[in-house]
Design a binder for this molecule. Structure first.
Ligand code: ZN
Length: 292
């Protein structure tokens, strides 16, 4: 029954509790359970300074991190017909899309494109936003990767792709699966032009994305602790009825088994990329420098 306590005292306490502890200033690290202050976390590339846990970051932060001096030009995504199947499950797909775009900005999708220089070399970067429907790959993402590849060839630039994706976008059915061969062809297009195609695997890279362009890099880097695989560990365990080894599907495990060339902490990614592009694009100069 409503009384003075429920009507007056309780709302006051609730309001006070809310004001006192803004939940966006501190983040609990899932790696070590420490509370991390947001500004400190941002200054350390969203990496926990206690245990090295890499938090997921969006495309904008990724561009600032990778391009020389954080300077880049964003490339508009090609427009596609939204919701081709007029799909609905519990909710309409068009509604989910609108909601994701409201959160990440008009015209956004699960991938964003930008161009600039890395280590002084021309580069196009395609970075995924896991926050946009789990970074899932539908027609818009496939189209964006094709556009990125074409632009890389037209500008004689390297293509760097940074996936963070749960896989194909279920709401687009077979059309999302068609993006697997399309993105493979896009990666090949860059390679055949003699330009570097580099993939930086981040947490998570799974499903149809790991089954297409994400595994085709001339060089494959990965962020520490990133989950990379096709099917989830639990599904595999239930299928083969066996316990999976420790660290299965983690970047370090993939490195030990030859699927990844190097595991690179986020803070060292830009310098590593710059060095790689220098070696790949100017082999003569690199050889001369090595001989000195
Ligand atoms: Zn931590």
């Amino acid at each position: 029954m409503p009384n003075w306590l429920t009507n007056y005292v309780l709302p006051k306490i609730r309001a006070f509790a809310k004001k006192d502890v803004p939940d966006n200033l501190w983040k609990r690290c899932p790696g070590c359970e420490q509370m991390l202050f947001h500004r400190e976390l941002a200054a350390n590339y969203e990496v926990c300074r206690h245990c090295g846990h890499h938090f997921r970051i969006g495309s904008e932060a990724r561009f600032r991190l990778l391009f020389d001096g954080g300077v880049y030009r964003q490339i508009a995504l090609p427009s596609v017909a939204p919701d081709p199947l007029r799909f609905r499950d519990r909710r309409r797909y068009s509604e989910r899309l609108r909601e994701a775009q409201a959160a990440l900005g008009a015209g956004s999708e699960a991938v964003a494109l930008a161009e600039g220089e890395i280590g002084g070399e021309a580069a196009i970067v395609a970075a995924f936003d896991f926050a946009f429907m789990g970074g899932s790959m539908g027609v818009a993402v496939g189209e964006a990767l094709v556009a990125a590849a074409e632009r890389a060839v037209a500008r004689q630039a390297a293509l760097i792709v940074v996936p963070a994706s749960g896989g194909a976008r279920m709401q687009e059915g077979i059309l999302s699966l068609m993006q697997l061969p399309r993105t493979v062809i896009a990666a090949d297009f860059v390679k055949e032009a003699g330009l570097p195609y580099i993939v930086i695997l981040t947490d998570p890279t799974t499903g149809g994305v790991s089954a297409s362009f994400a595994m085709l890099g001339d060089v494959t880097l990965a962020e520490p602790g990133a989950i990379v695989g096709f099917a989830g560990a639990r599904v595999i365990e239930e299928t083969i009825r066996e316990k999976l080894p420790e660290g299965f599907q983690r970047a370090e495990y993939l490195y030990e088994h030859g699927m990844v060339d190097r595991v690179v902490p986020r803070g060292e990614l830009a310098a590593t990329l710059a060095r790689l592009l220098g070696l790949l694009r100017q082999p003569d100069r690199a050889a001369a420098a090595g001989a000195e």
